[in-house]
Ligand binder design. Structure first.
Ligand SMILES: [Zn+2]
Length: 153
């Protein structure tokens, strides 16, 4: 899933569950902010590694237990992992979902496309259309909220 859509989805989830939108967005940004530079610098081989591993829950769960801010960040982080897993499955690369257990297992045939080139690979894939639906739904919610405020004024 594209980075901006992760942020949007986390924000929508946070609004729905009445938690901090800002911290959910921060949590949703972290997996890519950690893993993309690591792979770009050649420190790891995959663009989905430590930040995308569900095993990082050993850190995230205690953070969530700190309070509402931690819960919001954890929800954002977890939503990023979930949406990336759904994305690879939708695009016919279910084996890539093994990133969820990195480093215990790694995808057997990862794409290994850097973020910029990935965008063009990704366009018109099945998951891309899911993202279009998410953005369209968010736009509809924004228009509805705007109209509601306009009518109330
Ligand atoms: Zn990601």
């Amino acid at each position: 899933m594209l980075f901006a859509t992760h942020l949007l989805a986390a924000g929508l989830l946070a609004r729905r569950f009445r938690t901090s939108v800002g911290w959910a967005v921060v949590g949703a940004a972290l997996p890519d902010l950690v893993d993309k530079p690591l792979a770009s610098l050649g420190i790891v081989d995959l663009f989905h590694s430590v930040g995308h591993s569900a095993l990082l829950a050993v850190v995230v769960v205690p953070v969530a237990l700190l309070g509402r801010v931690g819960v919001a960040a954890a929800v954002g982080w977890a939503s990023h992992l979930l949406f990336d897993a759904v994305h690879v499955v939708l695009n016919g690369r279910a084996g890539d979902a093994l990133f969820l257990v990195w480093p215990l297992a790694v995808p057997p045939d990862p794409l290994a496309i850097p973020p910029g080139a990935f965008f063009f690979y990704y366009l018109w894939s099945p998951s891309f259309f899911v993202e279009v639906a998410i953005w369209t739904g968010a736009a509809a919610l924004a228009v509805r909220a705007w109209r509601g405020r306009a009518e109330a004024a």
